[in-house]
Design a protein around this ligand. Structure first.
Ligand code: SAM
Ligand code: SF4
Length: 474
């Protein structure tokens, strides 16, 4: 259903800047934490209601008062109640690192003359995708610098190449994008190539800090970036991902900025962001950032728990920027997607290089270099249900992802069975050593949680997968 402000007689806020730093600082400066209020806010979230900015500020400000454990426990409870134990897996594929911008935190920035610039050729993209498929990947995010070479037509072209690569039982069933903001026409072109999510991180929601870090190129324009996902929505991409880069400004401000962004999209387009990402600054060539905003592990863990509670229906993405021990803990607070087997150097999936990271060729240093198989092994050991599900967007169930929470039984009817089926495929095609045995045990435990009819239906599909059929889903 398209939003029409005229009919509702409210001001049309679409494609207009929506961040008021004064409002955010006022909330941060004046909201006092007290135990009772923190409890009330957590209870509201456990009823799966999105928090207001003021309520989010209550949680942010309660940090350091001994109430942090309550917030973390609230996030754990919400995760169990709403999401269960599924974790969706994906991998990033860097297509090109040419860039005309000058972001002070990024190894690809134009002023970094030591960066080795490369754009994958069509054949190189195919090689990379085949290598990713050989590991069992089904979902990719394609990443690009901002450069005239990476036009909407070019991005759409690369998306189509990726979908066309089939090796053995391997195929990529969902291609997401992380690239520069486009105009509406550009978003339409990319959208028509069949992408899943278009992801753009605001980096910092604070306009002055933004100015300080973005010294050249188109990315200098704070408002063009802030309103980018509005234009994506106008172009018919109803599946968008937001994010802030933690470590370049006050993390508390960014948390409220993210909540404001989610509210804005929801108010204007009847659908909030599909995902929120919270990348944290990692080492990069010629990094130039203000150390005073470094976000330590403890603050990072708390801010993820707060985001979980603030936007209960939105997916949270945690990447291999973080070390395994941080990932292990943060997963409990409601992360729904992680990458596995990540390599950032262009062309490195197919060339099996990058055993030693080389910052001349990478945007930043990752801290979880484990293979997809190792990540899956650990997830299974900890009783998570790894999933490669791509069903909703292929069935046209997009733009309403909070359906999975608002429609009773949706997760048990669709998400869990689809996770089980995609894990079954993974086990049949790629699992080595005792991972298969562990995987079937996790599948059996999760089958028992389903209603009899769905369980039966899922068991039948698993048998068909064992007999060689693929891509079965609900
Ligand atoms: N060029 C596109 C853009 O700027 O939107 C693609 C983004 S970049 C390849 C993906 C994201 O990585 C950025 O939006 C930023 O949040 C993050 N990033 C950049 N430098 C980083 C660093 N040193 N450590 C961690 N994350 C970083
Ligand atoms: Fe370019 Fe994106 Fe890096 Fe900025 S963050 S320098 S736009 S690749």
């Amino acid at each position: 259903m398209r939003f029409s402000p005229e009919k509702l007689n409210i001001p049309d806020q679409r494609m207009k800047p929506f961040i008021d730093p004064g409002e955010i600082w006022k909330l941060l400066d004046n909201t006092k934490p007290d135990k009772q209020r923190v409890r009330e806010v957590i209870s509201k979230s456990l009823e799966k209601k999105r928090l207001t900015m003021e309520e989010t500020a209550v949680l942010v400000n309660s940090i350091g008062t001994g109430l942090a454990d309550k917030i973390k426990q609230g996030a754990r409870d919400l995760k169990e109640k709403v999401y269960g134990n599924r974790i969706v897996l994906f991998a990033p594929l860097y297509v090109g690192n040419k860039c005309t911008n000058n972001c002070q935190y990024c190894g690809f920035r134009v002023s970094n003359r030591d960066a080795v610039r490369k754009t994958l050729s069509d054949d190189e993209i195919i090689n990379e995708v085949e290598a990713l498929e050989d590991n069992g990947q089904k979902r990719l995010i394609l990443v690009y610098g901002e450069h005239p070479d990476y036009s909407p037509e070019y991005i759409a072209h690369t998306v189509k190449i990726v979908y066309g690569v089939k090796k053995g039982h391997g195929e990529i069933r969902r291609v997401n994008i992380n690239a520069a903001p486009l105009d509406i026409e550009g978003f339409r072109t990319v959208g028509e190539s069949g992408i899943g999510t278009y992801q753009i991180f605001q980096e910092t929601y604070h306009p002055e800090a933004y100015k300080w870090y973005h010294l050249g190129g188109k990315k200098k324009d704070y408002e063009w970036r802030l309103t980018a996902l509005d234009r994506a929505q106008e172009a018919g991409i109803d599946d968008v991902g937001i994010g802030a880069l933690f470590g370049i400004y006050d993390w508390r401000f960014e948390v409220l900025g993210l909540v404001r962004h989610a509210n804005h999209l929801e108010a204007c387009y009847n659908v909030g962001p599909h995902t929120i990402s919270f990348p944290r600054i990692k080492d990069a060539l010629s990094l130039n950032i203000d150390a005073k905003y470094q976000t330590g592990d403890e603050d990072f863990k708390k801010l993820v728990a707060i985001l979980r509670l603030a936007v209960p229906y939105t997916g949270l993405i945690l990447t291999a920027r973080e070390a395994p021990d941080v990932r292990r803990e943060v997963l409990q607070y409601g992360v729904s997607q992680i990458d596995g087997g990540t390599k950032l150097e262009l062309g490195s999936y197919s060339e099996s290089k990058n055993e030693v990271q080389n910052l001349n060729r990478e945007q930043f240093r990752i801290n979880d270099p484990r293979s997809l198989a190792e990540v899956i092994d650990e997830l299974l050991t900890n009783d998570y249900l790894p999933s490669f599900c791509t069903s909703c967007y292929r069935m046209g169930r997009t733009g309403e992802h909070f359906m999975e929470f608002s429609v009773p039984g949706f997760i048990k009817r669709f998400c869990t069975p689809n996770a089980i089926l995609t894990l079954s495929e993974y086990i049949c095609d790629y699992a080595k050593g005792d991972v298969a045995e562990k995987g079937w045990k996790v599948i059996e435990r999760n089958l028992l949680k389903l209603e009899t009819g769905v369980m039966q239906n899922t068991r039948e599909k698993i048998e068909r997968i064992k007999n060689g059929e693929r891509d079965l889903y609900f």
